[in-house]
Design a protein around this ligand. Structure first.
Ligand code: HEC
Length: 152
């Protein structure tokens, strides 16, 4: 059966339009990835700034909690947010351009993240003993890294 001209042409036109959109979006994705790559290779904060802005205040929340546990939702929100910061800061310490090339750095960054995860589980369960245990894991990670890497 012979189709009218307009119908014969619609298919290929749609296909070409589709390919053009696909190519354009692949280019966009490539640009995004390379932009992320640039950010990943150049961390903004120094290790000391990470300590001061995130790791010290968040870990103090955990160290102080057993003496003065939260009594309301807001208090536990602060504890949970601090645990999130600690759990994620291990990854930040391991970023290219920031991480030291040592087994101690890798192991203690990982231990910090795991202690943060333990604190997060305890914060969600409002488990004071769990926070206290996570605090002990935290202190180990701080001390072992500092012993090797603290620049005095
Ligand atoms: C993977 C390694 C590593 C881990 C883990 C780590 N730190 Fe640090 N921290 C450093 C380094 C390196 C410095 C010093 C940076 C410098 O002097 O150049 C530092 C510095 C500090 C300082 C001094 C900041 C200042 O004002 O000079 C404190 C306080 C500190 N860390 C607390 C902590 C606490 C608390 C933890 C654990 C909850 C911790 N750190 C975990 C590597 C680490």
């Amino acid at each position: 059966m012979v189709q009218p001209r307009s119908t014969r042409w619609k298919g290929p036109v749609c296909m070409f339009a589709g390919i053009a959109v696909l190519v354009a979006s692949v280019r966009l994705v490539e640009r995004d990835v390379s932009a992320q790559g640039q950010v990943a290779s150049a961390p903004v904060a120094s290790v000391t700034e990470l300590m001061q802005a995130m790791i010290i205040p968040a870990s103090n929340t955990m160290f102080n909690l057993p003496r003065d546990p939260p009594t309301d939702d807001e208090g536990w929100d602060i504890v949970r947010n601090s645990a999130v910061i600690l759990a994620e800061s291990g990854t930040l310490l391991m970023r290219e351009g920031r991480a030291e090339d040592s087994e101690v750095w890798r192991a203690t960054s990982n231990a910090l993240a795991e202690a943060g995860e333990a604190a997060l589980r305890a914060a969600r369960a409002r488990d004071v003993d769990g926070i206290s245990d996570a605090g002990n894991l935290l202190i180990d990670s701080c001390e072992v890294c500092h012993e090797k890497h603290w620049i005095r």
